[in-house]
Design a protein around this ligand. Structure first.
Ligand SMILES: Cc1ncc(COP(=O)(O)O)c(C=O)c1O
Length: 423
C-alpha cells in the first residue's frame, strides 16, 4: 500500500484510488444501493441508483397495501398525506422548515404553478428574467405561461455568467427564475447574490434545484429564497419519473395562488364542496390525486440522507470530480476533450462535462464498455458523480476506459454513431 506522502506523484496509479476509498468515511454508503457489479454508473445526475430497500417497500405497497388494504391504505398507511410528510422530511436537506415543501407532480408543472403565483404577486411588472443556458423545459414553461396568460410581459434571457443575469434585473422585473446548478456544465450560480439582487429590485425569485439537492449544500431560508422546484429522480435516487417537489417560503404561502386549483388543494377535500376554499397551507399547491406508488421510493432515499453528515458527502463529491478531471486531463491530452465544468471545486456541482467534436459516438462507446454517462447535444459528454455510491476506483476505471477509447479510436466504429432516442 502506498503511503499518503507518495500519492501526489502517482496520480495515475490505481493504488491511489484504492487508498482514497479506504480512507473515505462515507464509503459504507455504497452498499446501500443496488448497482450491477460490472458497470461504472456515472449518470446519477440523470437517474440515481436504486436504494436496496426500495423493492421491499414497493412489494409491501402492492401487497398488502393495494391488494388487501385497497382504498383503506390512503388512511391506514398515511398515503393521502404523503406529499406533505415527504416534503417535511426533504425540507432539512434544502434548509427549509416543515410546511414549506410539498412533493407533487413534475418539475415543469411545479415551475408553472410557482411562476404564475410569483407573477401574480408582482402585478404591473413587465418581465421575467431567466437564462439562455437554462434547462429547456424551464424556458418552455416560462414562455408558455407568458404567451398564454401574461401576453404583455417579456422574457429576458441572460447568458451564463451571474453578472449577465444581474444586469437584466431591475424595477421592471417581476420574477427571476434560474437553475442553481447548470445541467450541462455543472456550474453553481451564486444563490445569495442573485436572490439579494432580485429582492433589492422588488422581484421574487424561483430556483430550480434539479442538479443541486442531494449533491451540493442548499440553504433556501438562509438565502431568503421565495420559491424552489426540483426533481427526486437524480441525486435523490427515487426512480424513473418520481414526483418532484416545490418549496414556497412560509411568508409567501398565504399570498401565492395555485393556478392549477384542484380538489386536493382544497381546505377540506372530502367535504366535496363545489365552491373552492383553498387550503391555507402548502397543500394549496396540491392539485389532483398523487401517483402514490411513485412517491414511495422517495422515503427510502430520504432515510439514507437522514443518517448522513452532508458536509462529508460534499467533500467526497468534490474529491471524486477533482480526481476525474486530473485523470482525464492527464491521460487524454490532445485527444479533443475540453473541460467545460468549473475547475474550482467550490463552483462545481457533482458532475464533470467535456466537449468533444464527436461526443455522441465517444459516449456510446463508453456505455458499450460499461461506463454509463450521458450525452447532451450538440457535443457534451457528461459524467455525474454520486458521493453516495460512486467510488474513487470507479473514477479511476472510467478515466482509463475513456482514454483507451480515445487513444485506440474505438468510438469510430460505425455502430457508435447510431443515435438512440434517449441520450
Ligand atoms: C434542471 C432541470 N429542470 C427541469 C427539468 C424537467 O423536469 P421534469 O421532467 O420533471 O419536468 C429537468 C429534467 O431533467 C432538469 O434537469
Amino acid at each position: 500500500m502506498i503511503n499518503p506522502g507518495e500519492l501526489k506523484n502517482k496520480v495515475f496509479d490505481k493504488e491511489v484510488a484504492l487508498q482514497k476509498d479506504k480512507t473515505d468515511p462515507t464509503s459504507y454508503l455504497t452498499s446501500m444501493f443496488e448497482l450491477p457489479s460490472d458497470i461504472i454508473y456515472l449518470c446519477g445526475n440523470s437517474l440515481g441508483a436504486m436504494p436496496k430497500t426500495v423493492p421491499q417497500k414497493m412489494s409491501e405497497a402492492l401487497n398488502p397495501g393495494w391488494s388487501s388494504g385497497l382504498i383503506t391504505s390512503w388512511n391506514n398507511l398515511g398515503w393521502h398525506r404523503l406529499p406533505l410528510t415527504l416534503g417535511d422530511r426533504l425540507a432539512p436537506l434544502m434548509g427549509a422548515e416543515c410546511g414549506e415543501v410539498i412533493v407533487a407532480d413534475s418539475v415543469s408543472v411545479n415551475l408553472f404553478k410557482v411562476l404564475i403565483a410569483a407573477i401574480k404577486m408582482r402585478p404591473g411588472r413587465k418581465n421575467v428574467v431567466s437564462e439562455a443556458s437554462n434547462f429547456p423545459s424551464d424556458v418552455h414553461v416560462i414562455k408558455g405561461a407568458l404567451q398564454n396568460f401574461f401576453p404583455d410581459m417579456e422574457l429576458k434571457l441572460g447568458e451564463e455568467s451571474d453578472q449577465d443575469i444581474l444586469n437584466y434585473i431591475d424595477e421592471n422585473t417581476a420574477v427571476v427564475c434560474l437553475t442553481h446548478v447548470n445541467y450541462k456544465t455543472g456550474r453553481i450560480r451564486n444563490m445569495q447574490k442573485i436572490t439579494n439582487a432580485a429582492h433589492e429590485a422588488g422581484a421574487l425569485i424561483i430556483w430550480d434545484l434539479c442538479h443541486s439537492l442531494g449533491a451540493v449544500p442548499v440553504d433556501l431560508n438562509a438565502h431568503n429564497v421565495d420559491f424552489a422546484v426540483g426533481c427526486t429522480y437524480k441525486y435523490l435516487n427515487s426512480g424513473h419519473g418520481s414526483p418532484a417537489y416545490m418549496f414556497v417560503a412560509e411568508r409567501n404561502i398565504q399570498d401565492a395562488p395555485n393556478s392549477l386549483s384542484g380538489w386536493h388543494g382544497q381546505m377540506k377535500p372530502f367535504d366535496f364542496d363545489i365552491s373552492f376554499t383553498e387550503s391555507d397551507t402548502i397543500e394549496k399547491f396540491r392539485s389532483g390525486s398523487p401517483p402514490l406508488l411513485a412517491h414511495l421510493p422517495i422515503e427510502e432515499s430520504i432515510k439514507i440522507y437522514e443518517t448522513i453528515e452532508f458536509s462529508e458527502l460534499r467533500k467526497k463529491s468534490q474529491g471524486l470530480t477533482q480526481y476525474f478531471i486530473e485523470l482525464v486531463e492527464g491521460q487524454c491530452k490532445g485527444m479533443g476533450l475540453e473541460l467545460i465544468s468549473p475547475r474550482n471545486a467550490e463552483e462545481r456541482g457533482s458532475q464533470v462535462s467535456f466537449t468533444h467534436q464527436d461526443g455522441y459516438p465517444v459516449m456510446s462507446a463508453l456505455i458499450d464498455h460499461k461506463v454509463i454517462g450521458d450525452f447532451r447535444a450538440p457535443n457534451i459528454i457528461r459524467f455525474g458523480f454520486s458521493a453516495l455510491y460512486n467510488t474513487y476506483e470507479d473514477v479511476w476505471k472510467a478515466a482509463n476506459i475513456l482514454s483507451n477509447i480515445l487513444k485506440k479510436e474505438i468510438w469510430k466504429e460505425a455502430k457508435y454513431s447510431v443515435r438512440k432516442e434517449v441520450t
